[in-house]
Design a protein around this ligand. Sequence first.
Ligand code: FES
Length: 154
Amino acid sequence: MEIETILEKYTGSQRDNLIPILEEIQEERGFISEEAIVKVSRFLKLPASKIYGVATFYDFFHFERQPAYHIRVCNGINCHLAGSDNILRKLEEELKVKAGQLTRDGIFKYELTGCLGACNSAPVIKINDEFYSGITADDISQIIEECKMKIKEA
Ligand code: FES
């Protein structure tokens, strides 16, 4: 759905609809783009900086496309000692992007994180809400492949 189509639904509405408008745009597009902020700014006759300021106050708004799979590699002390660096290197090799970057196909993003609270199972990664415990760098290719298969099946 076009941003204009979403905005049309709020014709005649007041500025207090800013949050519902942004929520609907994010639900439709997956994130709030710069273009969306400019269009909402014109629509509500509010400065874009004000809209951005309000949106960044809430951590449920995203300003870049979100991956289908967000991989968090624990870098807490136990996981670090158990080889999280190797996992990180393998992810970089498999996905061909640096930590924090979205893959070209928009499917994956990985990053280092603090302790995930499963130290006895180190090293640990978390993909979206699912934990993978006691893994090694050798497991990464298969895990990535399984994620890709789930996307194809969906
Ligand atoms: S150190 Fe990795 S889960 Fe705690």
